[in-house]
Design a protein around this ligand. Structure first.
Ligand SMILES: [Zn+2]
Length: 424
């Protein structure tokens, strides 16, 4: 992590390894990656039609979600599925959903959610893939289809989802992968996302969500692509991961089981006293705090117990860390280049910013018993530089390896905690 934001700005010679992402407001970012929001309907009802899920998600529920984020200041990303269940497109009206109902959802998304949360499509259907020529489903699920695609076929597919969201007045600035869409062809996938975001939305520094990183001590955003000399004044793409770990109950999503009337797992992320859980581990390491959940998990088939659990979790985070963390959307901003006219605003409260790394970072002491102290150039404050948790490894982690998180030999939970006062 870097505490001075006045470093060099990127120029056309900047490489991916040199690009550095700054924490907004120099505080630890915390972000919720909310998957699967589907206008007016329960995504689980489309995906598992035989499981007896409640079909209709009333707009009153979406309003309650908006009230919650207003009340708590929580931020993150919010997917909107453009062609739910492969049964229609939300910009042309969905079968069984009245125009008024659809308009109500979209108004809430535009006016109450998008000001603080980033909007992304979650591919087109979160179900069967579509033939773009006819917009009819083919027999394969989107993730299965994607595994055999390349940049040439993925770009128009992603672009179609972005276009549909723009048609309903939303301004996506990233892409969410349904399931592990694109994982097998990630290089092509990342290029396709970058091109589609630039061409359809005028977004040159975009993001995508594909990966889960449950055990790394640090789970920062990773610069997946960087082309400062590219079209329209340069482009880049940042990969945002969730850091959630599978709980004892077998789910990564703290609210998943509420769909079945079972309890939530917020303690796996942060215990009530603030000392345990995955987020406490990340905090101790000076890592951004990221976790994910699903629209169907918050809706809980009509009971809303998942949303209530999310409210408790957010209040817990705010209560334990307060001003030491900042709720953050996914969208990294670059301060220098003027955006093309179609671009949404270049800055928003709580967004990431970035610059060229300056100068080559000095690595802290590799000794685990004596974590290196670093001093902020701008404020004179000192903090502990996190080190790797693997005793045999002498390589320090932190700003020096920010763009390439790597897997660790064993869970952090079993390693000594030596930098709990980081960022105090
Ligand atoms: Zn999903």
């Amino acid at each position: 992590m870097d505490e001075h934001i006045d470093g060099h700005i990127m120029d056309e010679h900047t490489t991916r390894a040199e690009a550095r992402i700054h924490w907004p407001g120099l505080r630890l970012p915390v972000t919720v990656l909310l998957d699967d929001p589907t206008p007016c309907r329960n995504p689980a009802w489309y995906e598992f039609p035989d499981q007896g899920h409640e079909a209709v998600v009333p707009n009153r529920f979406t309003e309650e979600f908006a009230d919650l984020i207003d009340r708590t200041g929580a931020a993150g990303k919010f997917s909107v599925v453009p062609c739910p269940g492969a049964q229609g497109r939300i910009d042309e009206g969905m079968p069984g959903v009245s125009d008024e109902e659809m308009a109500g959802f979209l108004r809430l998304a535009r006016e109450r959610i998008a000001p603080r949360w980033d909007i992304s499509p979650e591919m087109l259907t979160h179900n069967k893939a579509l033939d773009l020529a006819t917009m009819r489903p083919i027999e394969e699920r989107e993730d299965v289809w994607a595994a055999r695609q390349d940049e040439r076929t993925l770009t128009p597919y992603i672009a179609r989802g972005l276009e549909i969201l723009r048609n309903v007045g939303l301004e996506p600035n990233g892409v969410t992968s349904p399931w592990a869409f694109g994982q097998e062809v990630e290089k092509d996938y990342a290029r396709a996302i970058e091109t589609a975001l630039r061409e359809v939305c005028g977004v040159r520094v975009g993001w995508y969500f594909l990966h889960i990183d449950s055990y790394s001590p640090l789970v920062p955003p990773r610069v997946a692509r960087l082309d400062p000399a590219g079209a329209d004044g340069g482009t880049a793409l940042v990969s945002i991961s969730t850091a959630a770990r599978q709980s004892g109950a077998g789910h990564y999503d703290f609210a998943w089981r509420t769909q079945f009337g079972e309890p939530d797992d917020i303690d796996a992320l942060l215990t009530a006293d603030g000392t345990g859980g995955r987020l406490a581990e990340l905090y101790a390491n000076g890592s951004p705090l990221s976790f994910h959940t699903h629209w169907q998990s918050l809706f809980s088939n009509g009971s809303g117990t998942g949303l209530a659990a999310m409210g408790r979790l957010i209040e817990r985070i705010n209560g334990v860390w307060g001003e030491r963390v900042r709720w953050t959307s996914n969208w990294p901003t670059t301060p220098r280049r003027a955006p093309p006219p179609t671009s949404p605003p270049t800055t928003r409260a709580g967004a990431w910013s970035w610059t060229r790394r300056s100068p080559a970072p000095s690595l802290p002491s590799p000794c685990q018993s004596h974590p290196a102290r670093r001093r902020s150039r701008s404020t004179g404050r000192r903090w502990n530089m996190p080190l790797t948790t693997r005793p045999s490894c002498t390589r320090a982690v932190g700003a020096a390896t920010q763009e390439e998180p790597r897997p660790y030999a064993f869970p952090y939970a079993t390693a000594p905690s030596w930098c709990g006062d980081a960022l105090k």
